[in-house]
Design a protein around this ligand. Structure first.
Ligand SMILES: [Zn+2]
Length: 352
């Protein structure tokens, strides 16, 4: 019986850290277990340029507790005014990805993009400088459960076809249609995968029943919505398969309790505090524990062209109860007992 698990220090390749007080309240839940996080740019105001990204990176670094070694991987938000020059300057400032939100599709996306191909020059610049395009792949005009499938059928093929060297991550994949599409997407001329997908913790577990099937569960409300059991099972199978195109991006998205338990509740699940313990349970329950390390520690880094992290983290099989609240934010699985526990004391690797 395995009662201890050692993983390469993991990457969270889709993360919302917010700013100000909320950033300071939540960042330790990512900077403790994770070596790096790809930090989403949909703050208020958003991160649009190299200058914005540098300022936000500094704010995050200043908020990380002493003793944690955490590298925020910065992104900019693609908006109608994003140009090739915006992209080049951002890349020069170390920005690794740009995030595309269709207009109006999720938190703070009212300034999102309506006509994706109007940005072809910016996308071409991204391909040229080696910046990844991260896509919130939902078409807002479709019925809510069909938005991802519509995006995958209508918009994603155009992006792939018309910007030949662009590398794309379909974020928080949530439907069988999207999983199948990622699996069948064309590779680049160099033979490398051009399309990959992040997988959240909560989309491995939830269906729409867990959101609205009984009492309304606002802390399970997220975009894209958790869908049918067969969609959840397809996402799960992709994560467990060891296919390098599927890797962890938690989409941990903290909102204050009052903003979730509200007449106009915000979308997002705060999974950072439980991500590794829940993943260990899921992978173990499906006999795939040996594949967890690659899902959290190497597939994503490889797609992004980043060196894998050095050092390890440790989990032990020791039941614990998830707190009801972390600084005014309700974590995923709050109040429930998890059997794996993250413990400090892994090898953080060489400092530098
Ligand atoms: Zn997100």
């Amino acid at each position: 019986v395995t009662d201890e698990l050692t993983l390469r220090r993991p990457d969270d390749l889709h993360l919302h850290l917010r700013d100000g007080d909320l950033l300071r309240a939540v960042v330790r839940h990512s900077s403790g277990p994770f070596a790096r996080g790809l930090v989403m740019p949909n703050t208020v105001p958003p991160v649009l340029t190299a200058t914005d990204a540098e300022a936000y990176r500094k704010e995050i670094r200043d908020a990380v507790p002493a003793g944690h070694r955490f590298e925020p991987l910065m992104t900019i938000k693609v908006v109608p005014s994003t140009t090739a020059e915006t992209v080049r300057q951002a890349r020069a400032a170390g920005v690794v990805a740009a995030k595309l939100y269709p207009e109006g599709v999720t938190t703070n996306s009212a300034d999102g993009v309506r006509d994706v191909m109007a940005l072809a020059l910016a996308f071409a610049a991204m391909a040229e400088v080696g910046m990844v395009l991260c896509v919130h792949g939902e078409s807002p005009e479709a019925f809510c459960l069909d938005r991802e499938a519509r995006f995958v059928d209508h918009t994603l093929p155009r992006l792939v076809d018309e910007v030949p060297d662009l590398r794309i991550v379909l974020e928080h994949v949530s439907s069988a249609t999207a999983v199948d599409w990622v699996r069948s997407a064309p590779t680049g001329l160099d033979g490398r995968h051009r399309v990959a997908a992040t997988v959240t913790v909560h989309h491995l577990l939830l269906t729409l029943d867990d959101v609205v099937g009984g009492m309304l569960a606002p802390h399970h409300f997220c975009k894209p919505l958790a869908k049918r059991p067969e969609d959840r099972d397809a996402v799960l199978a992709a994560a467990l398969s060891g296919d390098p195109r599927f890797f962890l991006g938690t989409d941990s998205a903290p909102h204050r309790r009052r903003d979730k338990e509200s007449a106009e509740g915000c979308a997002g699940v705060f999974t950072a505090p439980v991500a590794l313990p829940v993943l260990a349970e899921v992978f173990e329950d499906h006999g795939a524990l040996p594949r967890l390390d690659a899902f959290t520690g190497s597939h994503g880094a490889a797609f992004y062209g980043l060196a894998p992290n050095e050092g390890t983290v440790r989990l032990v099989k020791e039941p614990w109860v998830v707190p009801a609240d972390h600084g005014g934010v309700v974590p995923f699985r709050a109040g429930t007992t998890l059997r794996w526990q993250f413990v400090d004391g892994g090898d953080q690797g060489p400092t530098g």
